[in-house]
Structures are given as C-alpha cells and as structure tokens.
Design a protein around this ligand. Structure first.
Ligand SMILES: [Zn+2]
Length: 242
C-alpha cells in the first residue's frame, strides 16, 4: 500500500480524525436538480432521432440525396447519427429517473419510465428495418447493409439505453429516511454508494465524491454498499447484495 494516495473526508462524527487527512481528491456532489429539463431534452432528442431514421430511409429509397458522398454512406451516416442521438436522449432520461424516480405503486408507469430508453431505441430503428426489408427499389447490397447497420444500432442502443440501476421512489424514500443528510461516498466508476469512506471496496479509488443519499442516487448510485449496510446495521435500504 506504500505510496498510494488515499484521501478522507469528514463524515460528521469522524470530523476530528478526518480533518488530519488531505482532502485533495474529494469532490462534492452536484446538487440534485430538477428532472423536468432532462425529460424534455430526452424527448426532443428522440424526436430528432426519429427524423434521422426517416432521412436514412429516404436515402435508401432514393428520395433524398445530399450528393457530397455516395448514397450508401449517407444512409449509414444518418443511422449513426440516429444511434448517437437516441443514446444521448436515453442518458438524459435515466438521469431524470434517478432525480425523480417513478413509484412502484403504478407498475405500468414504473415499467414504462424505466424502459423508455429501450422503447426509444426500438421506435428509432425497427420502422427503418421493416421499411428497408420491404422496399422494392433499393438494390440487394444496400438493403443488406441497411438492415445490418440498423440491427446492430438497435441492439447496442437497447443495451446502452437500458437502466441497469433502476430505482423507485419508494426505494429512494426509504434510503433518505434511513440516512437523512448523512454524508455518503462513491467512486467514479462504482455502482453503489457507501456510508464509510474507509470501506474496503473504496480502497482502489483515488477520487471519491461525497454528498447526501439523494445526490448519490441522482448520480446513478442507486444502491447502498452491502458491506457498509452490514456495518451500520441498515436493513431498510436496497443494497447491491439484493
Ligand atoms: Zn461500502
């Protein structure tokens, strides 16, 4: 462990001990913010992605030609843009869900809200695939490339857009109730938040972010570290052990 930089931050009761340590790689969390702009941004981007899909199809059907490069490349370019825009939109949507999670009390809305990014990917690629497959004007090679590119984009988009760390408003409320304003910690690539900055799972992280549990969830750390939960005897908060 020699030579390894490790930093600590004050977590209320540990203030005195923590004050002895350097805080150079501790970063304060972003404020939670408002979910609405993220949702609006997501929907706007998905509308743009849908339009890009239509452009890709118009190129395939020979009804749109921007001339500056071969039609096949134009079509691929539109599909790649479609992919990028739909994925960025889904990141905004996920962020909104983490700021303002849906309630499990309404299972339809809860499912829809958590899967909206995957649905958007489907809506922005499946119509193109169907139209490409059934188009009679385009040559076979163009159609094959079109369907292959769109299918890969659909699969990758689905994987990128799926929320692998979903959270419900009930889970968030339980976490806020259990931890209140207590400081929690998370690492840049970690998926959970910790109640102890000296948790063994944080040993490898040179930079930690600290904030409230609401800020941790907004940052996509929707679960409490099970090791920290055991240490603190917290049983009401969803952990990575479940
Ligand atoms: Zn931990």
């Amino acid at each position: 462990m020699a030579g390894k930089k490790k930093t600590y931050v004050a977590a209320d009761e540990k203030t005195k001990a923590a004050a002895e340590y350097v805080k150079q790689s501790m970063k304060q969390a972003q404020p939670v913010g408002n979910a609405t702009p993220y949702r609006i941004g997501a929907v706007c981007l998905w509308v743009v992605a849908f339009a890009l899909q239509i452009c890709a199809f118009l190129v395939l059907a020979g009804k749109l030609d921007l001339k500056f490069m071969p039609a096949l490349y134009q079509m691929i370019a539109f599909l790649v843009l479609d992919f990028l825009v739909v994925v960025i939109g889904a990141q905004l949507w996920k962020k909104a869900n983490h700021i303002d999670p849906a309630s499990e009390a309404n299972p339809t809305k809860f499912w829809l809200w958590n899967n909206m990014g995957v649905i958007a990917a489907a809506v922005c690629f499946i119509p193109f695939i169907i139209l490409a497959l059934t188009n009679k004007d385009a040559d076979k090679k163009t159609k094959t490339v079109a369907v292959a590119v769109a299918a890969v984009a659909l699969i990758l988009g689905g994987l990128f857009n799926y929320d692998w760390n979903p959270v419900s408003s009930e889970q968030k409320e339980a976490a806020v109730e259990a931890l209140g304003d207590e400081t929690v910690f998370w690492s840049p690539f970690g998926k959970v938040y910790h109640t102890h900055d000296d948790c063994s799972h944080l040993n490898q992280s040179e930079q930690l972010t600290y904030g409230t549990v609401a800020e941790a969830i907004a940052a996509g750390r929707t679960r409490l570290c099970s090791t920290c939960a055991k240490k603190d005897n917290i049983t009401t908060v969803v952990t990575d052990g479940e």
